[in-house]
Ligand binder design. Structure first.
Ligand code: PGA
Length: 256
């Protein structure tokens, strides 16, 4: 059973849903996304990559195959991409999105946007990406993960709420965490294109999914400490419609 919870410590408008385990949390988020698409078939989704959302995407594919949802009028924008990896590189986020979701549903490939890691001028591509989001009418529903260091997308500690889509340097801890997906740490790109915190805060609704003990401290600091650039996810307190969907491990440091 999912347990909607309210927070007692630092004032934060975020809703918090605590699920028994990662499987239940992933299903909860999938249900919320499927319901949002069914309520607005031309929805603009903001999507995330990483280990955390894979089960959510598998659930969405399952619902599509069962005829519960269609994506033919949906547009999507991913949060970020490594600079230097083309979309055919197996560790690129474009490749991840194709293999985890897009290749298995009826979304129009022309309506799936991921920053281009192979862009010849990444800085101007980042500006163009912002314009593409605006041209699509803005993001209706943004899915987020959270890094161990509190990052959202590749907005590392030090990122301000005014930041827009741009080129960033990854912190050594993020590079190390992501090395598990590469043959060696030296192969992990050191820079990325990421939506900014300001870009993310303009989404109409935000869903943050976090599972596992490794995320518990970042979740606690985001929800129960005053917002600061030390923990980029803490800026989400400025948004009026944020839901954290957690498993019990990720919620384990919260005072609820
Ligand atoms: P993870 O990444 O899902 O692989 O833990 C989350 C993130 O860094 O945003």
């Amino acid at each position: 059973m999912n347990k909607p919870a309210s927070l007692s410590a630092h004032a934060h408008s975020a809703k918090v849903i605590v699920c028994r385990d990662a499987t239940a949390a992933s299903r909860t988020v999938a249900n919320m996304i499927v319901a949002a698409v069914n309520a607005k078939p031309s929805i603009v989704l903001g999507l995330a990559t990483g280990g955390t959302p894979t089960a959510t995407y598998a659930n969405i594919v399952e619902d599509f195959r069962a005829g519960k949802v269609q994506f033919k009028d949906v547009t999507s924008f991913n949060l970020d991409e490594y600079i230097g990896l083309s979309g055919t590189h197996p560790q690129s986020f474009r490749y991840f999105m194709q293999s985890e979701l897009f290749d298995h549903i009826d979304i129009d490939p022309n309506n799936t946007f991921v920053p281009e890691g192979g862009a010849s001028d990444p800085a101007s591509h980042a500006i163009q990406y912002e314009a593409q989001i605006a041209a699509a009418g803005g993001i209706d529903l943004q899915l987020l993960g959270i890094g161990h260091n509190g990052h959202i997308a590749f907005n590392e500690p030090g990122s301000l709420p005014s930041t827009r889509t741009r080129v960033v340097e990854l912190t050594p801890s993020t590079i190390e965490k992501n090395a598990r997906f590469f043959a060696s740490v030296d192969e992990v790109p050191k820079t990325a294109i990421t939506m900014g915190i300001g870009t993310i805060l303009e989404a109409k609704q935000i869903l943050l999914l976090a599972t596992g003990k490794g995320k518990a401290e970042a979740v606690r600091r985001s929800l129960q400490e005053a917002a600061s650039e030390e923990v980029p996810a803490s800026w989400l307190e400025q948004h009026p419609d944020v839901t954290f969907v957690l498993d019990e491990d990720a919620a384990s440091e919260l005072s609820l």
